[in-house]
Ligand binder design. Structure first.
Ligand SMILES: Cc1cc2nc3c(=O)[nH]c(=O)nc-3n(C[C@H](O)[C@H](O)[C@H](O)COP(=O)(O)OP(=O)(O)OC[C@H]3O[C@@H](n4cnc5c(N)ncnc54)[C@H](O)[C@@H]3O)c2cc1C
Length: 512
């Protein structure tokens, strides 16, 4: 008999959600995580009394995340802060409280621009679509799936959805804007070549459906793991899985980096997909064409994060930020995606997002506060940040470069928080190499595969998922397995894969 019914590899949100469902079904479940804690891209850390959210700072529910957390009994244990976004440049300063507010602010900033009317009419159309199919607490089409009802709701939108799901259409829609700088900005902000649906949908989500778990991401993830162990599941941290293989007895055998073998009837792998193909299952099992395509597939951007412990209390910082949880500052209308060829000063000219959630956020010593400043970056930039590769120990040049980039971002953030550098009591900088180190995600990718269906040919509609693997009882799960990556797809994928592994319908109603 196998050691476990199911082994889940990776305690990011996908693995934790999946393991929760399986343990609740009474399956003997083992969750293995290479880090010392759960969370993956959403984990946190504490230094000198300041607690930070290391990667993801908040997320959407889209009527998927909250109902699933509710189903797992975790939603109500948690206080949720509805996030407010603010966008600032030399021309505008507005809150994304509604699509009307965004249009008004841009019309005021660019009074001679004729293209707004048509562009925003269609952005409102996307918003209407999203309003029809979900609320933050309910996406009935996914949670209680009836083909006829789903067809009735989606069919009228299908032609538009087909158009909206491409980046090409975004270019076309934004070409209505005459001001070159603004057109470029609207066409390109967000992840690289994000399709029109995501571009338009984000204005909707930023105004109505972005959430932060009060107390911080790590505390939220610890709750998810507690719910799992409370259902009888077992978890082992600091345990990296190196191999997954079939055995003659039809059990699946997982080998850890230390060489320990553990068997299970089924294995769910919720970590980096490239590692799954390259070494954990092995390229020979996947076949050369897929392996080739996967190697060429672009990943979503890695980020650089500057973690600041400030000699300034939460109230003062919140006041300075105007009460926004996510103010963005754009020093120009360039949209830069750094790569290995980008110049040394590339981050100096980039947009920054400031993240601060007020007194109900992660903790800081009395009278102090935390602020995280982020922008996109690249793993391979400047020869892997002057580290020459992923190796340890990191070079002195790497540390110096990280600190320099950190101060460049602080310099840009000072447009919103004047004198910020003089209030810093603690500072650390996370590069895409750090993201890779703590999550094992290739290149420090933040959200799985690139969002553009043309650039990511394997994930074109309708072949959106890579849940099944060449091994019969091994499933992939998480932000690489269900496109497009992000918290919503990771959570939804956790539930789908748990259903598959338990022999249920993929979209079995919640609570069943
Ligand atoms: C800075 C940043 C901002 C983001 N912003 C947003 C946002 O606004 N909205 C949104 O929806 N998404 C956002 N994301 C993306 C989102 O956080 C991720 O898509 C999501 O958390 C992925 O969850 P996951 O469980 O699939 O993978 P991960 O979080 O990567 O978890 C995988 C886990 O598996 C473990 N693991 C990997 N390999 C092994 C192994 N061999 N053995 C054992 N354990 C292993 C890792 O340590 C990790 O804990 C952001 C991400 C970042 C970094």
């Amino acid at each position: 008999m196998a050691d476990y019914d199911v082994i889940v590899v990776g305690a990011g949100i996908a693995g934790s959600v999946c393991a929760n469902y399986l343990a609740r079904e009474g399956k003997r479940t083992l969750l293995l995580e290479q880090n010392h804690q759960a969370g993956g891209n959403m984990s946190g850390f504490t230094r000198r009394g300041f607690t930070f959210d290391a990667g993801d700072q908040s997320f959407e529910s889209l009527g998927i995340v909250f109902p699933i957390l509710e189903d797992l009994g975790v939603y109500d244990q948690q206080d949720w802060i509805k996030c407010r976004y603010r966008m600032v440049s030399e021309d505008f300063d507005f809150f994304i409280d509604s699509i009307d507010a965004v249009e008004d602010a841009l019309r005021t900033a660019f009074p001679r621009e004729p293209g707004f009317g048509q562009l925003f009419a269609e952005i409102r159309e996307v918003s209407r679509f999203l309003d029809r199919v979900y609320t933050p607490r309910s996406f009935p089409l996914l949670h209680d799936f009836h083909p006829a009802r789903a067809a009735r709701a989606i069919l009228p939108w299908l032609p538009r959805l087909k158009r909206w799901s491409t980046f090409r259409y975004r270019e076309k829609a934004c070409s209505l804007i005459q001001d070159k700088r603004l057109r470029h900005w609207l066409t390109n902000i967000g992840y690289y070549r994000m399709p029109y649906l995501f571009f338009a949908g984000f204005w909707h989500l930023w105004s109505s459906d972005y959430w932060y778990p009060a107390g911080g991401m790590q505390a939220f993830h610890n709750r998810l793991v507690d719910a799992y162990t409370g259902s009888g599941g077992e978890v082992r941290f600091n345990t990296r899985v190196a191999r997954i293989r079939d055995s003659a007895s039809r059990e699946v055998v997982v080998t850890t980096a230390e060489g320990m073998e553990i068997s299970a009837s089924k294995v769910i792998y919720a970590g980096d997909y490239r590692a799954l193909v390259d070494s954990i299952i092995g390229p020979e099992q996947f076949g050369a064409p897929l392996v080739g395509r996967l190697r060429d597939t672009r990943l979503t951007e890695g980020l650089v994060s500057v973690y600041l412990g400030l000699d300034m209390d939460d109230e003062e910082l919140s006041r300075i930020l105007g009460g926004a949880h996510h103010p963005f500052y754009f020093p120009n209308y360039e949209v830069i995606f750094p790569d290995e060829n980008s110049p040394e000063a590339v981050h100096r000219d980039m947009w920054v997002a400031l993240n601060h959630f007020g007194p109900r956020s992660v903790s800081a010593p009395p009278g102090k506060s935390t602020l995280t400043v982020q922008t996109y970056s690249s793993w391979s930039w400047q020869k892997y940040w002057r580290n020459g590769g992923d190796s340890f120990p990191r070079t002195q040049e790497y540390r110096e470069l990280k600190e320099r980039v950190g101060y460049e971002l602080v310099g840009t953030a000072e447009q919103l928080v004047p004198g910020l550098r003089n209030r810093i009591e603690f500072m650390d900088v996370g590069s895409p190499l750090s993201l890779k180190r703590f999550t094992l995600n290739s290149e420090g990718s933040s959200g799985g595969w690139c969002y553009d269906d043309q650039v990511s040919p394997v994930f074109r509609f309708p072949g959106l998922n890579r849940i099944r693997t060449p091994l019969r009882n091994v499933y992939a799960c998480g932000h690489y397995a269900l496109w497009p990556g992000g918290v919503i797809s990771a959570v939804q994928c956790g539930r789908i894969v748990a259903n598959l592994a338990s022999g249920k319908k993929i979209l079995a109603p919640l609570g069943s």
